[in-house]
Design a protein around this ligand. Sequence first.
Ligand code: 4AD
Ligand code: MG
Length: 472
Amino acid sequence: MRTKVADCLKKTAPGTIVDVRGWVRTRRESKQGFAFIELNDGSSFANLQIVADKSLPDYEELIKLVQTGASLAVTGELKESPAQGQKVELHARTLKVLGQADAAKYPLQKKGHSFEFLREKAHLRPRTNTFGAMARVRNAICDAIHRYFQDRGFLYIHAPIITTSDCEGAGHMFQVTTLDLAKLGQLQGSRNSEAGKPFEIDYTKDFFGKKAGLTVSGQLEGEIFACSVGDCYTFGPTFRAENSNTTRHLAEFWMIEPEMPFYELEDNMALAEDFVRSVIKSVLARCPDDLQFFNDRIEPTLLATLENITEHDFIKLTYTEAVEILLKSGQSFEYPVGWGKDLQSEHERFLTEKHFKQPVILTDYPREIKSFYMRANDDGKTVRAMDVLVPGIGEIIGGSQREERHDVLISRMQECGLNPADYWWYLELREYGTVPHSGFGLGLERTVQMITGMQNIRDCIPFPRTPKSADF
Ligand code: 4AD
Ligand code: MG
């Protein structure tokens, strides 16, 4: 039975015989005929130190193969370590090189690499400290999210990825096309036979005669289930065809979208706040070593910021009040501030990092800058929208109370240039037993950014898809 490195370091008593497997981070040889090998298997931030000596058969030959990047299977006894910073080390009784690596050619060198360089090495990136930690923290976040909703009786609903509705109404959808692979095969064949003649792919074909795209949000489908089975949430990949090359935007990202019947905006805000704080607390409890690493190496204020978020209530104010604060701030922003203009990341970060130094929930945005489904306020100017903004990032959650009034929704759709006939099913939910309801969407990668302190969202997802990268 294989024992994971994390368990050797934290759970297994010295004196136990274990079988570990993993990849060599470093090897140091002493002149006295033994070597220290740092082995990592991804289960923990720390490596397991292996002591190998001449008692191993063919030691001299064997140790030459133990190079950075090689994979090993080692059995031996865990012993208390005399070295500082580690409780145990493994004294090898058998050592087998499973897969060799040429350390001179191995792309990951000890010196450390830039995140840009590592993005080009997506197949080896998770072998680094930072990306091993990122993968574990991302996993813990996802687990905490499911637990949060499952413990409260929410149903996990799988929204479709291929859809004909553009939830955000922003026209930023990737279109789905049908490729006739058989035809393509023939054409490839013909290219080979008719030298130099290129084949053509018909990219204008659509989804079996309909225009369909990759979903930008599972919300509208979530609303169907909220208005039948009750509290529910979606958690899946979403796609945005915006040409945004920022540190906060991806073309493919994961979103968690709870949707609740009988919730007004205030209930929605309370849930969002409790949810964010609860997820942070779970990850702080589950991944202390990884978060300490991010604090020490990536963002020195990380742990203090996370603790601050979990300990204090979020500030709540309206968009209008936020605009007044920004206008009076005396700051020179790159993008102008004015009532009716959308807030940019720099404005959101000013509010959360400089003015309040805490997360902020902004509500009641101008209707012109928000989506058609948000419930209209009586002032004729604003809608029951809410954005949750956090230090270091800005918006991590967008949500609202939904427009449940059939006639108001139709006129709002028309105002937004949507054809109500295309959303007949969404409108019917308002014809048969309509109820007040609300929901929100949390961006998973921005949550990973918040909890790890990583600067760039591309480093918060295993395989980032952006306008400039989608290699494999
Ligand atoms: O504010 P957004 O666009 O809201 C919606 O999609 C609603 N349908 C959600 C709902 O009410 N159910 O997106 C919600 C969140 C943002 O706050 C952000 O965290 C994330 O999704 N997000 C992105 N993350 C990475 N890259 C992008 N291009 C993102 N666009 C939105
Ligand atoms: Mg938004």
